[in-house]
Design a protein around this ligand. Structure first.
Ligand code: ZN
Length: 64
């Protein structure tokens, strides 16, 4: 698992839910925004590229 999606139905401020990178098995505290397709988010810690499709998948099933 490299990405976790958390959706809080009661949290109107983050109505779309939040994405969190799972870095070396640890869920990071900082929520990520979905990157543009040609510019994946690269984690400087573990070197993983988080692509737009990873975010789409995570939104569907809660993780990717
Ligand atoms: Zn990482």
């Amino acid at each position: 698992m490299i990405l976790k999606y958390e959706h809080e139905p009661l949290d109107s401020e983050h109505a779309g839910g939040n994405f969190y990178h799972v870095c070396r098995g640890r869920i990071q505290d900082t929520a990520l925004s979905v990157p543009p397709p040609d510019h994946p988010y690269e984690c400087t810690e573990c070197g993983i590229d988080l692509e737009t499709e990873d975010f789409s998948l995570a939104r569907q099933q809660g993780w990717s």
